[in-house]
Design a protein around this ligand. Sequence first.
Ligand code: IMP
Ligand code: MG
Length: 190
Amino acid sequence: MDGIVIGGQREAIERALIPAEEIGARVRALGAQISADYAGSDAPLILVGILRGAVVFMADLIRAIERPTLTIDFIAVSSYGASTKSSGVVRIFKDLNESIEGANVILVEDIIDSGLTLIYLLDLLSRRNPASVRICSFLLKERPRDYPLPPIDYVGFNIPDEFVIGYGLDYAGRYRNLPYLGVLSLSPAE
Ligand code: IMP
Ligand code: MG
């Protein structure tokens, strides 16, 4: 049997969903689009990464953006714990280091599932008087939601409603270092 057994549960990578090469090409395209979209604005551009899932995407994305004055900051939140379902409760573990007043902000997410983390953070950051706030999410899960999502300005990939890991995304803290995106399967260990 493939995978690893932790706490009586077998975790395995069921299949690869998006190969590393495809991710690289898409991230470069997003970077080019962002570079062009902000070329006409003199306001500072700050990319705000949501720890920890967005770290890998953020690292690749900023190197695909051409803008000498770009800066980055991070905010740390948790909505899941060691589970695969959103609790709807967002906790801030670490706030931004810098002010975003007067800046163009791009909030960088790993994945939008319920969208609750995003709705919460968008509201929080918008109240700090930035010039603008846009959202860039590596993944957007296609699933029903009985509330509207805010406009997602930049999306890497739309994916089916499955639990994915890799390229920064974790299950219980693991698998962030996979260079591709995979689907995780969980089963009782015999
Ligand atoms: P949301 O608030 O439900 O949109 O999801 C918030 C966070 O849950 C994301 O930023 C991810 O860290 C995590 N998450 C949601 N879906 C997945 C998944 O399929 N794999 C790994 N993490 C996920
Ligand atoms: Mg996570």
